[in-house]
Design a protein around this ligand. Structure first.
Ligand code: G6Q
Length: 556
Protein backbone atom coordinates (compact mmCIF):
# COMPACT_ATOMS: atom_id res chain seq x y z
CA UNK A 1 0.00 0.00 0.00
CA UNK A 2 1.46 3.33 -1.01
CA UNK A 3 1.69 6.00 1.65
CA UNK A 4 0.47 9.58 1.46
CA UNK A 5 3.97 10.76 0.64
CA UNK A 6 4.67 8.23 -2.09
CA UNK A 7 6.04 9.42 -5.38
CA UNK A 8 2.58 9.74 -6.92
CA UNK A 9 1.21 12.21 -4.41
CA UNK A 10 4.38 13.94 -3.34
CA UNK A 11 4.41 17.47 -4.69
CA UNK A 12 7.67 18.47 -3.06
CA UNK A 13 9.60 17.62 -6.19
CA UNK A 14 7.39 19.79 -8.36
CA UNK A 15 8.63 23.29 -8.97
CA UNK A 16 6.06 26.05 -8.42
CA UNK A 17 3.53 26.01 -11.22
CA UNK A 18 4.23 29.45 -12.61
CA UNK A 19 8.00 28.80 -12.69
CA UNK A 20 7.64 25.80 -14.97
CA UNK A 21 8.86 26.17 -18.50
CA UNK A 22 5.57 24.86 -19.89
CA UNK A 23 3.65 27.52 -17.95
CA UNK A 24 5.93 30.18 -19.38
CA UNK A 25 5.50 28.68 -22.84
CA UNK A 26 1.73 28.92 -22.37
CA UNK A 27 2.08 32.57 -21.39
CA UNK A 28 4.11 33.35 -24.50
CA UNK A 29 1.69 31.36 -26.63
CA UNK A 30 -1.25 33.20 -25.06
CA UNK A 31 0.22 36.52 -26.20
CA UNK A 32 0.30 35.24 -29.76
CA UNK A 33 -3.28 33.92 -29.84
CA UNK A 34 -5.18 36.25 -27.52
CA UNK A 35 -6.24 38.54 -30.36
CA UNK A 36 -7.12 35.75 -32.78
CA UNK A 37 -10.79 35.66 -33.60
CA UNK A 38 -12.77 32.45 -33.88
CA UNK A 39 -13.88 33.76 -37.30
CA UNK A 40 -10.27 33.61 -38.48
CA UNK A 41 -9.59 30.27 -36.82
CA UNK A 42 -12.57 28.67 -38.53
CA UNK A 43 -11.84 30.35 -41.86
CA UNK A 44 -8.24 29.10 -41.83
CA UNK A 45 -9.24 25.54 -41.05
CA UNK A 46 -12.56 24.43 -42.54
CA UNK A 47 -12.39 21.06 -40.78
CA UNK A 48 -11.86 22.57 -37.34
CA UNK A 49 -15.46 21.86 -36.29
CA UNK A 50 -15.05 18.15 -36.98
CA UNK A 51 -11.46 17.86 -35.83
CA UNK A 52 -11.71 19.52 -32.44
CA UNK A 53 -14.23 17.05 -31.10
CA UNK A 54 -13.85 14.03 -28.93
CA UNK A 55 -16.08 11.23 -27.82
CA UNK A 56 -15.70 9.41 -24.53
CA UNK A 57 -17.97 6.92 -22.80
CA UNK A 58 -20.75 7.94 -25.18
CA UNK A 59 -20.55 11.68 -24.50
CA UNK A 60 -19.55 13.95 -27.35
CA UNK A 61 -17.57 17.14 -26.75
CA UNK A 62 -17.18 19.80 -29.41
CA UNK A 63 -14.42 22.13 -28.19
CA UNK A 64 -13.76 23.78 -31.54
CA UNK A 65 -15.44 27.05 -30.53
CA UNK A 66 -12.69 27.78 -28.03
CA UNK A 67 -10.00 30.41 -28.48
CA UNK A 68 -7.29 27.85 -29.03
CA UNK A 69 -5.07 26.43 -31.72
CA UNK A 70 -3.56 22.95 -31.98
CA UNK A 71 -0.51 24.39 -30.26
CA UNK A 72 -2.66 25.47 -27.28
CA UNK A 73 -3.94 21.93 -26.83
CA UNK A 74 -0.42 20.55 -27.16
CA UNK A 75 0.91 22.91 -24.50
CA UNK A 76 -2.01 22.32 -22.14
CA UNK A 77 -1.56 18.58 -22.45
CA UNK A 78 2.15 19.06 -21.75
CA UNK A 79 1.18 21.04 -18.66
CA UNK A 80 -0.93 18.11 -17.50
CA UNK A 81 1.89 15.67 -18.19
CA UNK A 82 4.58 17.70 -16.50
CA UNK A 83 2.52 18.41 -13.40
CA UNK A 84 2.00 14.67 -12.94
CA UNK A 85 -1.72 14.42 -13.68
CA UNK A 86 -1.50 10.76 -14.74
CA UNK A 87 0.27 9.84 -11.50
CA UNK A 88 -2.34 11.68 -9.48
CA UNK A 89 -5.12 9.83 -11.30
CA UNK A 90 -3.45 6.52 -10.56
CA UNK A 91 -2.93 7.53 -6.93
CA UNK A 92 -6.66 8.20 -6.55
CA UNK A 93 -7.64 4.92 -8.21
CA UNK A 94 -5.12 3.02 -6.05
CA UNK A 95 -6.74 4.33 -2.88
CA UNK A 96 -3.83 6.49 -1.74
CA UNK A 97 -4.61 9.13 0.87
CA UNK A 98 -4.51 12.03 -1.56
CA UNK A 99 -6.75 14.12 0.69
CA UNK A 100 -3.67 14.97 2.69
CA UNK A 101 -5.13 17.50 5.12
CA UNK A 102 -7.73 15.00 6.30
CA UNK A 103 -5.45 11.99 5.74
CA UNK A 104 -8.10 10.22 3.69
CA UNK A 105 -8.32 8.28 0.48
CA UNK A 106 -10.61 9.74 -2.19
CA UNK A 107 -12.60 6.88 -3.56
CA UNK A 108 -15.91 7.93 -4.99
CA UNK A 109 -14.77 5.83 -7.95
CA UNK A 110 -15.11 2.75 -5.68
CA UNK A 111 -18.82 3.50 -5.23
CA UNK A 112 -19.39 2.47 -8.82
CA UNK A 113 -16.71 -0.17 -9.16
CA UNK A 114 -18.22 -3.39 -10.51
CA UNK A 115 -18.64 -6.35 -8.22
CA UNK A 116 -15.51 -8.47 -8.28
CA UNK A 117 -13.10 -5.59 -8.81
CA UNK A 118 -10.83 -4.60 -5.98
CA UNK A 119 -9.64 -1.31 -4.48
CA UNK A 120 -7.54 -1.35 -1.34
CA UNK A 121 -7.59 1.20 1.46
CA UNK A 122 -5.13 0.47 4.26
CA UNK A 123 -4.84 -3.05 2.88
CA UNK A 124 -8.59 -3.79 2.90
CA UNK A 125 -10.67 -4.21 -0.24
CA UNK A 126 -13.54 -1.69 -0.10
CA UNK A 127 -15.50 -2.92 -3.13
CA UNK A 128 -17.28 -5.82 -1.36
CA UNK A 129 -18.50 -3.41 1.39
CA UNK A 130 -19.86 -1.08 -1.28
CA UNK A 131 -21.90 -3.92 -2.74
CA UNK A 132 -23.17 -5.07 0.65
CA UNK A 133 -24.63 -1.59 1.22
CA UNK A 134 -26.06 -1.48 -2.29
CA UNK A 135 -27.86 -4.77 -1.72
CA UNK A 136 -29.22 -3.51 1.61
CA UNK A 137 -30.42 -0.30 -0.10
CA UNK A 138 -32.07 -2.35 -2.84
CA UNK A 139 -33.92 -4.58 -0.39
CA UNK A 140 -35.22 -1.51 1.43
CA UNK A 141 -36.11 0.35 -1.77
CA UNK A 142 -38.05 -2.65 -3.05
CA UNK A 143 -40.00 -2.95 0.19
CA UNK A 144 -40.98 0.73 0.16
CA UNK A 145 -41.77 0.84 -3.54
CA UNK A 146 -43.88 -2.31 -3.43
CA UNK A 147 -45.84 -1.13 -0.38
CA UNK A 148 -44.56 -3.99 1.75
CA UNK A 149 -42.89 -1.51 4.12
CA UNK A 150 -45.75 -0.11 6.15
CA UNK A 151 -45.89 2.96 8.35
CA UNK A 152 -46.78 2.78 12.05
CA UNK A 153 -50.54 2.73 11.44
CA UNK A 154 -50.29 0.15 8.68
CA UNK A 155 -50.60 2.62 5.82
CA UNK A 156 -48.10 2.35 2.98
CA UNK A 157 -45.45 5.02 2.48
CA UNK A 158 -46.45 7.66 -0.06
CA UNK A 159 -44.01 10.45 0.79
CA UNK A 160 -40.25 10.39 1.17
CA UNK A 161 -38.42 13.37 2.66
CA UNK A 162 -34.64 13.54 2.52
CA UNK A 163 -33.20 15.71 5.26
CA UNK A 164 -29.60 16.68 4.62
CA UNK A 165 -27.51 19.63 3.50
CA UNK A 166 -24.56 20.35 1.20
CA UNK A 167 -23.27 17.09 -0.22
CA UNK A 168 -26.06 15.23 1.57
CA UNK A 169 -28.69 17.27 -0.26
CA UNK A 170 -27.52 18.77 -3.54
CA UNK A 171 -26.75 15.42 -5.21
CA UNK A 172 -30.04 13.80 -4.13
CA UNK A 173 -32.10 16.84 -5.22
CA UNK A 174 -30.30 17.19 -8.52
CA UNK A 175 -30.57 13.47 -9.29
CA UNK A 176 -34.25 13.35 -8.34
CA UNK A 177 -35.05 16.28 -10.60
CA UNK A 178 -32.81 14.99 -13.39
CA UNK A 179 -34.34 11.52 -13.33
CA UNK A 180 -37.92 12.41 -12.55
CA UNK A 181 -38.99 10.86 -15.82
CA UNK A 182 -37.87 7.49 -14.44
CA UNK A 183 -39.39 7.97 -11.00
CA UNK A 184 -42.33 6.22 -9.40
CA UNK A 185 -45.06 8.84 -9.68
CA UNK A 186 -47.09 7.31 -6.88
CA UNK A 187 -44.45 8.51 -4.43
CA UNK A 188 -43.86 12.14 -3.50
CA UNK A 189 -40.27 13.25 -2.88
CA UNK A 190 -39.23 16.35 -0.99
CA UNK A 191 -35.86 17.62 0.18
CA UNK A 192 -35.30 19.67 3.30
CA UNK A 193 -31.93 21.29 3.83
CA UNK A 194 -32.17 24.83 5.16
CA UNK A 195 -32.22 25.50 8.89
CA UNK A 196 -34.79 28.16 8.00
CA UNK A 197 -37.93 26.55 9.44
CA UNK A 198 -39.82 27.50 6.30
CA UNK A 199 -38.07 24.73 4.40
CA UNK A 200 -39.40 22.04 6.72
CA UNK A 201 -42.80 23.65 7.27
CA UNK A 202 -43.51 23.90 3.54
CA UNK A 203 -42.22 20.39 2.84
CA UNK A 204 -44.69 18.74 5.24
CA UNK A 205 -47.65 21.10 5.21
CA UNK A 206 -49.83 18.89 2.99
CA UNK A 207 -48.51 15.49 4.09
CA UNK A 208 -49.91 12.77 6.34
CA UNK A 209 -47.32 11.64 8.93
CA UNK A 210 -48.71 8.10 8.70
CA UNK A 211 -47.58 7.92 5.06
CA UNK A 212 -44.30 9.83 5.39
CA UNK A 213 -40.81 8.39 5.60
CA UNK A 214 -37.82 10.55 6.54
CA UNK A 215 -34.31 9.77 5.36
CA UNK A 216 -31.86 11.57 7.64
CA UNK A 217 -28.79 11.90 5.43
CA UNK A 218 -25.70 13.07 7.23
CA UNK A 219 -22.22 11.68 7.00
CA UNK A 220 -21.34 12.99 10.46
CA UNK A 221 -24.86 13.03 11.95
CA UNK A 222 -23.85 16.19 13.82
CA UNK A 223 -24.54 18.90 11.22
CA UNK A 224 -26.51 21.76 12.79
CA UNK A 225 -29.05 22.19 10.01
CA UNK A 226 -29.70 18.51 9.48
CA UNK A 227 -30.00 17.62 13.14
CA UNK A 228 -32.29 20.60 13.78
CA UNK A 229 -34.53 19.56 10.88
CA UNK A 230 -34.34 15.90 11.92
CA UNK A 231 -35.58 16.74 15.43
CA UNK A 232 -38.40 18.88 14.02
CA UNK A 233 -39.31 15.97 11.74
CA UNK A 234 -39.32 13.61 14.70
CA UNK A 235 -41.63 15.96 16.63
CA UNK A 236 -43.94 16.38 13.65
CA UNK A 237 -44.05 12.65 13.00
CA UNK A 238 -44.63 11.71 16.65
CA UNK A 239 -47.31 14.37 17.02
CA UNK A 240 -49.19 12.84 14.10
CA UNK A 241 -48.72 9.27 15.30
CA UNK A 242 -50.00 9.42 18.87
CA UNK A 243 -46.57 10.18 20.33
CA UNK A 244 -45.70 6.52 20.12
CA UNK A 245 -41.87 6.30 20.13
CA UNK A 246 -42.09 2.92 18.41
CA UNK A 247 -43.27 4.72 15.27
CA UNK A 248 -39.77 6.17 14.73
CA UNK A 249 -38.53 2.80 13.51
CA UNK A 250 -41.13 2.82 10.72
CA UNK A 251 -40.79 6.44 9.67
CA UNK A 252 -37.09 7.23 10.01
CA UNK A 253 -34.03 5.76 8.38
CA UNK A 254 -30.51 7.14 8.41
CA UNK A 255 -27.68 7.42 5.95
CA UNK A 256 -24.49 8.04 7.86
CA UNK A 257 -21.01 6.94 8.86
CA UNK A 258 -21.75 7.60 12.54
CA UNK A 259 -23.71 4.70 14.05
CA UNK A 260 -23.34 6.00 17.63
CA UNK A 261 -25.13 9.27 16.82
CA UNK A 262 -27.75 7.48 14.71
CA UNK A 263 -28.59 5.23 17.67
CA UNK A 264 -28.69 8.23 20.00
CA UNK A 265 -31.26 9.84 17.73
CA UNK A 266 -33.44 6.77 18.10
CA UNK A 267 -32.98 5.14 14.71
CA UNK A 268 -32.29 1.42 14.80
CA UNK A 269 -28.95 0.74 13.07
CA UNK A 270 -30.79 -1.98 11.14
CA UNK A 271 -32.35 0.98 9.33
CA UNK A 272 -29.04 2.74 8.80
CA UNK A 273 -27.23 2.73 5.48
CA UNK A 274 -23.53 3.29 5.83
CA UNK A 275 -20.74 4.80 3.83
CA UNK A 276 -17.15 5.63 4.54
CA UNK A 277 -14.77 8.47 5.32
CA UNK A 278 -13.22 8.09 1.88
CA UNK A 279 -16.41 9.43 0.29
CA UNK A 280 -16.44 13.23 0.32
CA UNK A 281 -19.87 14.83 0.83
CA UNK A 282 -19.95 16.45 -2.62
CA UNK A 283 -18.85 13.17 -4.20
CA UNK A 284 -21.45 11.05 -2.41
CA UNK A 285 -24.59 11.05 -4.56
CA UNK A 286 -23.83 7.50 -5.73
CA UNK A 287 -23.28 6.20 -2.18
CA UNK A 288 -26.10 5.46 0.27
CA UNK A 289 -26.66 9.24 0.22
CA UNK A 290 -28.45 8.36 -3.04
CA UNK A 291 -31.06 6.31 -1.16
CA UNK A 292 -33.81 8.78 -2.08
CA UNK A 293 -32.69 8.51 -5.72
CA UNK A 294 -32.95 4.73 -5.56
CA UNK A 295 -36.37 4.95 -3.93
CA UNK A 296 -37.50 7.25 -6.72
CA UNK A 297 -36.10 5.48 -9.77
CA UNK A 298 -35.73 1.91 -8.49
CA UNK A 299 -32.64 -0.25 -7.98
CA UNK A 300 -32.22 -1.17 -11.63
CA UNK A 301 -32.06 2.42 -12.79
CA UNK A 302 -29.74 3.26 -9.89
CA UNK A 303 -27.38 0.49 -11.04
CA UNK A 304 -27.53 1.90 -14.57
CA UNK A 305 -26.50 5.29 -13.18
CA UNK A 306 -23.56 3.70 -11.36
CA UNK A 307 -22.54 2.00 -14.57
CA UNK A 308 -22.58 5.37 -16.36
CA UNK A 309 -20.29 6.81 -13.68
CA UNK A 310 -18.01 3.81 -14.02
CA UNK A 311 -17.74 4.12 -17.79
CA UNK A 312 -16.57 7.71 -17.44
CA UNK A 313 -14.14 6.63 -14.68
CA UNK A 314 -12.63 4.11 -17.06
CA UNK A 315 -12.40 6.67 -19.84
CA UNK A 316 -10.70 9.15 -17.49
CA UNK A 317 -8.23 6.54 -16.31
CA UNK A 318 -7.33 5.09 -19.68
CA UNK A 319 -7.87 7.59 -22.53
CA UNK A 320 -4.81 9.50 -23.72
CA UNK A 321 -4.81 12.99 -22.23
CA UNK A 322 -5.46 14.72 -25.56
CA UNK A 323 -8.55 12.55 -26.19
CA UNK A 324 -9.73 12.51 -22.60
CA UNK A 325 -12.99 14.40 -22.03
CA UNK A 326 -12.60 15.37 -18.37
CA UNK A 327 -8.96 16.27 -18.94
CA UNK A 328 -9.74 18.49 -21.92
CA UNK A 329 -12.61 20.17 -20.12
CA UNK A 330 -10.36 20.80 -17.13
CA UNK A 331 -7.49 22.11 -19.24
CA UNK A 332 -9.72 24.48 -21.19
CA UNK A 333 -10.96 25.80 -17.87
CA UNK A 334 -7.37 26.48 -16.85
CA UNK A 335 -6.69 28.21 -20.15
CA UNK A 336 -9.46 30.78 -19.56
CA UNK A 337 -9.01 31.05 -15.81
CA UNK A 338 -5.25 31.46 -15.72
CA UNK A 339 -4.40 33.05 -19.05
CA UNK A 340 -7.47 35.00 -20.16
CA UNK A 341 -8.31 35.89 -16.55
CA UNK A 342 -11.92 34.72 -16.91
CA UNK A 343 -13.40 34.53 -13.44
CA UNK A 344 -16.53 32.53 -14.10
CA UNK A 345 -17.83 29.62 -16.13
CA UNK A 346 -21.48 29.36 -17.16
CA UNK A 347 -23.04 25.90 -17.31
CA UNK A 348 -26.10 25.94 -19.51
CA UNK A 349 -28.05 22.70 -19.73
CA UNK A 350 -30.68 22.71 -22.47
CA UNK A 351 -32.71 20.15 -20.59
CA UNK A 352 -35.36 21.16 -18.10
CA UNK A 353 -34.74 18.06 -15.99
CA UNK A 354 -31.23 19.39 -15.31
CA UNK A 355 -32.51 22.52 -13.64
CA UNK A 356 -30.59 21.82 -10.42
CA UNK A 357 -27.42 20.69 -12.21
CA UNK A 358 -25.72 24.10 -12.06
CA UNK A 359 -26.40 24.30 -8.29
CA UNK A 360 -24.98 20.82 -7.86
CA UNK A 361 -21.93 21.75 -9.92
CA UNK A 362 -21.37 24.88 -7.87
CA UNK A 363 -20.63 22.79 -4.83
CA UNK A 364 -18.64 20.21 -6.75
CA UNK A 365 -16.40 22.77 -8.41
CA UNK A 366 -16.23 25.64 -5.93
CA UNK A 367 -15.95 23.67 -2.69
CA UNK A 368 -13.35 21.47 -4.35
CA UNK A 369 -11.16 24.04 -6.02
CA UNK A 370 -11.84 27.23 -4.08
CA UNK A 371 -8.45 27.00 -2.36
CA UNK A 372 -5.69 29.53 -1.81
CA UNK A 373 -2.81 27.29 -0.76
CA UNK A 374 -1.06 24.36 -2.40
CA UNK A 375 -0.86 20.86 -0.92
CA UNK A 376 2.31 22.01 0.82
CA UNK A 377 0.57 25.00 2.37
CA UNK A 378 2.25 27.61 0.16
CA UNK A 379 0.14 30.55 -1.02
CA UNK A 380 -0.65 30.17 -4.72
CA UNK A 381 0.45 32.95 -7.06
CA UNK A 382 -2.16 32.07 -9.68
CA UNK A 383 -5.93 31.94 -9.76
CA UNK A 384 -7.56 28.65 -8.74
CA UNK A 385 -11.20 27.60 -9.10
CA UNK A 386 -13.46 29.94 -11.05
CA UNK A 387 -17.06 30.73 -10.10
CA UNK A 388 -19.56 28.34 -11.68
CA UNK A 389 -23.10 29.40 -12.33
CA UNK A 390 -25.90 28.79 -14.77
CA UNK A 391 -29.53 28.08 -15.52
CA UNK A 392 -31.25 25.86 -18.02
CA UNK A 393 -31.75 27.09 -21.55
CA UNK A 394 -33.64 28.59 -23.19
CA UNK A 395 -34.74 30.60 -20.14
CA UNK A 396 -31.34 32.21 -19.58
CA UNK A 397 -31.37 33.54 -23.13
CA UNK A 398 -34.09 35.95 -22.08
CA UNK A 399 -32.17 37.25 -19.09
CA UNK A 400 -28.43 37.05 -18.45
CA UNK A 401 -27.18 35.97 -21.90
CA UNK A 402 -27.11 39.64 -22.86
CA UNK A 403 -24.02 40.07 -20.70
CA UNK A 404 -22.36 36.97 -22.15
CA UNK A 405 -22.92 38.27 -25.70
CA UNK A 406 -22.19 41.96 -25.31
CA UNK A 407 -20.83 42.57 -21.82
CA UNK A 408 -17.22 43.26 -20.92
CA UNK A 409 -16.51 40.01 -19.05
CA UNK A 410 -15.29 36.93 -20.84
CA UNK A 411 -17.52 34.04 -19.78
CA UNK A 412 -16.67 30.62 -21.19
CA UNK A 413 -19.83 28.53 -21.45
CA UNK A 414 -20.56 24.82 -21.30
CA UNK A 415 -23.68 24.00 -23.30
CA UNK A 416 -25.18 20.61 -22.47
CA UNK A 417 -27.79 19.09 -24.78
CA UNK A 418 -29.43 15.81 -25.68
CA UNK A 419 -30.22 14.66 -29.19
CA UNK A 420 -33.52 13.11 -28.14
CA UNK A 421 -36.03 14.24 -25.60
CA UNK A 422 -37.86 12.24 -22.98
CA UNK A 423 -40.99 14.24 -23.68
CA UNK A 424 -41.55 14.46 -27.43
CA UNK A 425 -44.02 17.24 -27.98
CA UNK A 426 -44.57 18.62 -31.45
CA UNK A 427 -41.59 20.70 -32.59
CA UNK A 428 -40.37 21.60 -29.10
CA UNK A 429 -37.17 19.61 -29.19
CA UNK A 430 -36.01 20.88 -32.58
CA UNK A 431 -36.61 24.40 -31.36
CA UNK A 432 -34.69 23.75 -28.16
CA UNK A 433 -31.69 22.29 -29.97
CA UNK A 434 -31.76 25.00 -32.65
CA UNK A 435 -31.30 27.46 -29.82
CA UNK A 436 -28.25 25.62 -28.44
CA UNK A 437 -26.53 25.64 -31.80
CA UNK A 438 -27.58 29.22 -32.50
CA UNK A 439 -26.20 30.46 -29.20
CA UNK A 440 -22.80 28.83 -29.64
CA UNK A 441 -22.67 30.19 -33.21
CA UNK A 442 -23.66 33.70 -32.17
CA UNK A 443 -21.20 33.71 -29.28
CA UNK A 444 -18.32 32.55 -31.46
CA UNK A 445 -18.88 34.51 -34.65
CA UNK A 446 -21.02 37.45 -33.61
CA UNK A 447 -22.13 40.03 -36.12
CA UNK A 448 -19.82 42.68 -37.54
CA UNK A 449 -20.59 46.38 -38.01
CA UNK A 450 -20.65 45.82 -41.79
CA UNK A 451 -23.22 43.08 -41.44
CA UNK A 452 -25.33 45.25 -39.17
CA UNK A 453 -25.04 48.23 -41.54
CA UNK A 454 -25.90 46.13 -44.58
CA UNK A 455 -29.24 45.34 -42.92
CA UNK A 456 -30.09 49.04 -43.15
CA UNK A 457 -29.37 49.88 -39.52
CA UNK A 458 -28.77 53.62 -39.05
CA UNK A 459 -25.17 54.50 -38.19
CA UNK A 460 -25.95 55.70 -34.64
CA UNK A 461 -27.50 52.30 -33.80
CA UNK A 462 -24.78 50.17 -35.36
CA UNK A 463 -22.44 49.96 -32.30
CA UNK A 464 -25.32 48.81 -30.12
CA UNK A 465 -26.21 46.03 -32.49
CA UNK A 466 -22.70 44.73 -33.08
CA UNK A 467 -21.84 41.36 -31.59
CA UNK A 468 -18.08 41.10 -31.22
CA UNK A 469 -18.21 37.33 -31.03
CA UNK A 470 -15.09 35.42 -29.99
CA UNK A 471 -16.97 34.24 -26.91
CA UNK A 472 -15.82 30.66 -26.26
CA UNK A 473 -18.00 27.66 -25.57
CA UNK A 474 -17.98 23.89 -25.27
CA UNK A 475 -20.89 21.82 -26.49
CA UNK A 476 -21.51 18.54 -24.71
CA UNK A 477 -23.95 16.28 -26.52
CA UNK A 478 -25.48 13.03 -25.33
CA UNK A 479 -28.32 10.95 -26.66
CA UNK A 480 -30.93 10.98 -23.87
CA UNK A 481 -30.96 11.99 -20.25
CA UNK A 482 -31.15 8.51 -18.75
CA UNK A 483 -29.75 7.37 -15.37
CA UNK A 484 -26.78 5.99 -17.31
CA UNK A 485 -26.11 9.32 -19.03
CA UNK A 486 -26.48 11.28 -15.81
CA UNK A 487 -23.79 9.12 -14.21
CA UNK A 488 -21.42 9.89 -17.08
CA UNK A 489 -22.14 13.58 -16.98
CA UNK A 490 -21.53 13.92 -13.25
CA UNK A 491 -18.34 11.86 -13.47
CA UNK A 492 -17.18 14.06 -16.36
CA UNK A 493 -17.31 17.11 -14.12
CA UNK A 494 -15.94 15.29 -11.07
CA UNK A 495 -12.86 14.35 -13.04
CA UNK A 496 -12.48 17.71 -14.71
CA UNK A 497 -12.41 19.24 -11.20
CA UNK A 498 -9.78 16.63 -10.29
CA UNK A 499 -7.71 17.54 -13.34
CA UNK A 500 -7.69 21.20 -12.42
CA UNK A 501 -6.95 20.57 -8.75
CA UNK A 502 -4.02 18.33 -9.70
CA UNK A 503 -2.53 20.98 -11.97
CA UNK A 504 -3.09 23.77 -9.46
CA UNK A 505 -1.50 21.48 -6.83
CA UNK A 506 -4.31 22.08 -4.38
CA UNK A 507 -6.39 19.71 -2.27
CA UNK A 508 -9.73 19.39 -4.06
CA UNK A 509 -11.09 17.17 -1.30
CA UNK A 510 -11.12 19.21 1.88
CA UNK A 511 -13.29 22.23 2.74
CA UNK A 512 -11.77 24.04 5.69
CA UNK A 513 -13.27 27.27 4.40
CA UNK A 514 -16.71 26.32 5.70
CA UNK A 515 -15.52 25.96 9.32
CA UNK A 516 -15.15 29.53 10.58
CA UNK A 517 -18.72 30.61 9.88
CA UNK A 518 -20.05 27.44 11.53
CA UNK A 519 -18.01 28.06 14.68
CA UNK A 520 -19.03 31.72 14.88
CA UNK A 521 -22.71 30.80 14.47
CA UNK A 522 -22.40 28.44 17.45
CA UNK A 523 -21.13 31.37 19.49
CA UNK A 524 -23.88 33.72 18.32
CA UNK A 525 -26.85 31.33 18.83
CA UNK A 526 -26.77 31.64 22.68
CA UNK A 527 -26.30 35.39 22.35
CA UNK A 528 -29.54 35.60 20.37
CA UNK A 529 -31.40 33.28 22.71
CA UNK A 530 -30.13 34.46 26.08
CA UNK A 531 -32.90 35.69 28.41
CA UNK A 532 -30.59 38.34 29.83
CA UNK A 533 -28.57 40.88 27.84
CA UNK A 534 -25.37 39.00 26.84
CA UNK A 535 -21.95 40.68 26.97
CA UNK A 536 -20.99 41.04 23.29
CA UNK A 537 -17.37 40.90 22.23
CA UNK A 538 -17.67 40.99 18.42
CA UNK A 539 -16.83 43.93 16.18
CA UNK A 540 -19.18 46.93 16.40
CA UNK A 541 -21.16 45.91 13.31
CA UNK A 542 -21.87 42.36 14.52
CA UNK A 543 -22.63 43.57 18.06
CA UNK A 544 -25.08 46.11 16.69
CA UNK A 545 -26.82 43.57 14.45
CA UNK A 546 -27.21 41.17 17.38
CA UNK A 547 -28.69 43.93 19.56
CA UNK A 548 -31.07 44.99 16.81
CA UNK A 549 -32.29 41.42 16.32
CA UNK A 550 -32.78 40.92 20.06
CA UNK A 551 -34.74 44.17 20.32
CA UNK A 552 -37.13 43.30 17.53
CA UNK A 553 -37.49 39.75 18.86
CA UNK A 554 -38.51 41.15 22.26
CA UNK A 555 -41.09 43.40 20.60
CA UNK A 556 -42.71 40.60 18.61
C1 G6Q B 1 -19.15 18.33 1.07
C2 G6Q B 1 -19.09 18.94 2.37
C3 G6Q B 1 -20.42 19.39 2.94
C4 G6Q B 1 -21.21 18.31 3.65
C5 G6Q B 1 -22.31 18.95 4.46
C6 G6Q B 1 -23.16 17.94 5.18
O1 G6Q B 1 -18.21 17.92 0.45
O2 G6Q B 1 -18.39 18.12 3.22
O3 G6Q B 1 -21.25 19.99 1.98
O4 G6Q B 1 -21.72 17.40 2.73
O5 G6Q B 1 -21.76 19.85 5.39
O6 G6Q B 1 -22.41 17.17 6.04
P1 G6Q B 1 -23.00 15.90 6.72
O7 G6Q B 1 -23.33 14.91 5.66
O8 G6Q B 1 -21.95 15.39 7.65
O9 G6Q B 1 -24.25 16.32 7.45
Amino acid sequence: MASATSQATDTRNLSPLTQRSVWKALQTHFESVRELHLRELFAQDPSRGERMTVEGAGLFLDYSKNRITDETVKLLVRLAEETGLSNRIEAMFRGEKINVTEKRAVLHIALRAPKGSSILVDGADVVPEVHVVLVKMEAFANRVRSGEWKGHTGKRIRNVINIGIGGSDLGPVMAYEALRHFSDRSLTFRFVSNVDGTDFAEAVQDLDPAETLFIISSKTFTTLETMTNAHSARDWSLAGLGRDEKSVAKHFVAVSTNSAEVTKFGIDTANMFGFWDWVGGRYSMDSAIGLSTMLAIGPENFRAMLDGFHQMDEHFRSAPLERNLPVLLGLLGIWYNNFFGAQTVAVLPYEQYLKRFPAYLQQLTMESNGKHVTLDGAHVDYATGPIYWGEPGTNGQHSFYQLIHQGTNLIPCDFIAFTSTLNPLGRHHDMLIANVFAQTEALAFGKTAEEVRSEGTPDWLVPHRVFEGNRPSNTILADRLTPHTLGKLVALYEHSVFTQGAIWQINSFDQWGVELGKALAQRIIPELESATEPPLKHDSSTNNLIRKYRQSKQKS
